[in-house]
Write a protein that binds this ligand. Structure first.
Ligand SMILES: C[S@@+](CC[C@H](N)C(=O)[O-])C[C@H]1O[C@@H](n2cnc3c(N)ncnc32)[C@H](O)[C@@H]1O
Length: 236
């Protein structure tokens, strides 16, 4: 079992949010794909069976790129459970989430903090309608006290924050990973964990970030072959 299933109200909202995010992404991929409906269905089936490492290249080779500001692009339930477990295992109290969209990952972080009885996740998002949805989502499940939402460009937002953060989750547009990591390095301390999503699905765009981490003597990092590819870095 997972603790998330123990909160029926939250589980119900998350199921709805995951389903609508997946439907949006599927519809956008269909819109971009030039072939027939049958060809698209076959393509979607092949995609579902691919290893995480192959997914990015597969989409690229079919001319599909679903990084669109209008979409929710929420993390998967499996990734959410992983994030929740990270908070519980580290007894984390201060979390910085870079790219919150409608708040799906925020909900997993906030629920873990609620279970531990303390802490805040600083959620960051540029889009006002997504911020409104995030506020509504956290209020509907009674998690507002564990979330500090900062609306605006994340590069401006992080300049106003004080660290250190126990966990930082990077989930903005992939070509911004290196710049945002460099912008938040001062908010980290020994033992801080930095997680970054989409390391496989956006492998080309995140390459400068990956190479930068690999070369840093005070960072111990590895890419988990899980979901979209998750960078797991620990500050020494
Ligand atoms: C992949 S989505 C995040 C999904 C979210 N973590 C979830 O699980 O629901 C990326 C989000 O980052 C936001 N974003 C991208 N660049 C940004 C920036 N410079 N400042 C603030 N938000 C940004 C986008 O608007 C988008 O909503």
């Amino acid at each position: 079992m997972h603790v998330i299933t123990g909160n029926a109200l939250l589980s119900e909202r998350l199921s709805h949010l995951h389903a609508s995010s997946e439907a949006q992404t599927y519809a956008e991929a269909r819109r971009q794909f030039a072939g027939s409906e049958a060809e698209f269905t076959a393509l979607a089936q092949r995609y579902a069976e691919l290893s995480p490492e192959s997914k990015g290249k597969f989409l690229q080779s079919h001319g599909i790129a679903v990084q669109d500001a209008a979409l929710s692009l929420a993390i998967s339930p499996e990734m959410g459970e992983f994030l929740c477990n990270m908070v519980l295992s580290k007894a984390a109290k201060s979390i910085l989430e870079l790219g919150s969209s409608n708040g799906v990952s925020t909900l997993y972080f906030a629920e873990a903090l609620r279970l531990r009885g303390a802490g805040k996740v600083v959620a960051t998002e540029l889009d006002e309608s997504k911020c409104a949805a995030l506020r509504q989502n956290i209020a509907a499940v009674g998690l507002s006290d564990f979330v500090d939402l900062r609306r605006g460009d994340v590069f401006a937002t992080v300049k106003q924050l004080d660290g250190p953060f126990d966990i930082v989750f990077i989930d903005i547009w992939a070509d911004g990973y290196l710049d945002i990591f460099q912008a938040i390095e001062g908010l980290l301390a020994p033992g801080s964990v930095v997680l970054a999503d989409n390391m496989f699905t956006s492998a080309e765009a995140v390459r400068p970030f990956k190479e930068y981490l690999n070369a840093k003597p005070n960072i111990c990092n590895t890419t988990l072959p899980f979901e979209s590819g998750v960078e797991f870095a620990v500050v020494l």
